[in-house]
Design a protein around this ligand. Sequence first.
Ligand code: IMP
Ligand code: MG
Length: 179
Amino acid sequence: MHQDCERILLTEEQITARVKEIALEVSERYRDKRPLVVGILKGSIIFYADFIRHLECPTELDFIAVSSYGSGTVSSGKLKIKKDLDRDIKGRDVIVVEDIIDSGFTLANLKALLTERGARSVLIVTLLNKAERREYDIAPDYNCFDIANEFVVGYGLDYDEQYRNLPYIGILKRSVYEK
Ligand code: IMP
Ligand code: MG
């Protein structure tokens, strides 16, 4: 385990099994459709790559980068689009893939934006959900794991751009961000 982690919250094996299970459930729902799968950069990339490999429906891929966070551990500010989608989403069934829902600010705003742009449907799939922290009215359609209010890293999630490549999800030691 990485020395900056207090403990491992979810192992590689636990994540792999659950991601596959969720992807198969989503596939069932999109059997006769051709969804546009939108990954939110950068946190969702590892989850996204594993998730789409288990989707059994025809899919198209796209990405968007937004920011609501600086380098800290507290969500703030207004949603800013740093890299927009390549595709027109009018009339499309969109599946948004996110790493974690915290306050809900990012997804509440993004869902409103995609709807405003004319998406036929917007489904939200998240790896992690910190329900206790919710401030905005948004709930995932599919969630792999509910977690408590602790700052986690790994499997795509970062603190100050570090730890994204850890293959597991670990709880970051407080001493790393409280100094
Ligand atoms: P929200 O807009 O408050 O829901 O925040 C969502 C974003 O905050 C996620 O996409 C992450 O980038 C970031 N975030 C929230 N909690 C954590 C965490 O525990 N570890 C790493 N990033 C987090
Ligand atoms: Mg993120």
